[in-house]
Ligand binder design. Sequence first.
Ligand SMILES: *Cc1c(COP(=O)(O)O)cnc(C)c1O
Length: 416
Amino acid sequence: MTTREDCVAADRKDPLAPLKVRFELPPGVLYMDGNSLGVMPKGAAARAAGVITQEWGKDLIRSWNTAGWFELPVRLGDKLGSLLGAREGELVVTDTTSLNIFKALAAALRIQQQKQPSRRVILSERDNFPTDLYMIQGMIDLLEQGYEMRLIDADLPLDKALDDSVAVMLLSHVNYRSGQMHDMASVTALAHQRGALTIWDLAHAAGAVPVDLNGANADFAVGCTYKYLNGGPGSPAFIWVAPRHTQDFWQPLSGWWGHTRPFDMAVAYEPAGGIRRYLCGTQPIVSLSLVECGLDVAKAADMAQVREKSLALGDLFIKLVEERCAAHPLKLVTPRDHALRGSHVSFLHPNGYEVMQALIARGLIGDYREPEVLRFGLTPLYFGYADVWDAVDILTDVLDTRAWDKPEYQQRSTVT
Ligand SMILES: *Cc1c(COP(=O)(O)O)cnc(C)c1O
């Protein structure tokens, strides 16, 4: 694709193009931040109005039964699970990714404690998303049992780090900053061979790349619904547990929603038999309801086509940026190799923060991650080839004219 016309022609042939109309896309915006906050499905406003005015407003507390509120975390879990290689009853939509990491980590550590008590290392990656590392640190402090965190980095590769002291390994499938992707099946197989359990954080993978949790023989997985799944700001996250582990232990946030018969109002905690035991308390029904709107669009798409287009958009973006911005100090940090790449592309630039503010001012919305990283999400359900072309036009112009070099673009907002 060497002209904008080529890109327009590619959009015309794109089998996913018809799904674009199912999203609310504000005019004048090129949205390359769907990996951080997905766009609004058109059905979401009507769904929110229905939940608020009818289910809450008129039916009131009866809706726990009549509108299926009580079953919602499990029903949506089944719907989402079908996109991730999970079977019915293995996944629930609930809480935040951070909280679900806590639950999965606690359960995995308890399982290991019963089977291989001498293992005291929780393995992760130095450039994993910080909340994953913070949750590990909090767990280690809480347990006071001599656990330690070990981090894979340039000096300590996975193969060396994964020894017989590792109890649990918590990795992101797709790295939030670089977009680098692990091969879930082979990394899980290696962990199992060395006796460790795996927790996969799918925040930047769910809805973006093919995931087959059972096929990869994974142990636990967590992730967000507000990124590539377009569930809405702060929409509840998800947790999946391999059926072979579900009965081994229950998670320690043993609230009444995880009880086997919550309305018995019993004194003693008795965990539900299946994945419901990973719920804690009363669910945020309004936000949870909206998750379904995003899932319905995701389910209408063929994941193989999503993956193919995501990689093609990424290849095109990388090629055009490198051709047209060659005079500028941009450095690709995302792997070119398809097998190692998720669905966003990141470049380093010494003035990354200011450059991103200038791009946003011109209607190209990506985001910035420390240090110096310009991050561009590629969302095949609503982003096309001509959009990539137009985005590179803006980037080129902002760099060529140094439009980013203004004091107001150095002002840091709280959220970058
Ligand atoms: C976005 C993201 C999270 C977010 O966690 P929350 O608890 O939902 O704020 C966690 N892990 C990764 C890898 C992420 O990219």
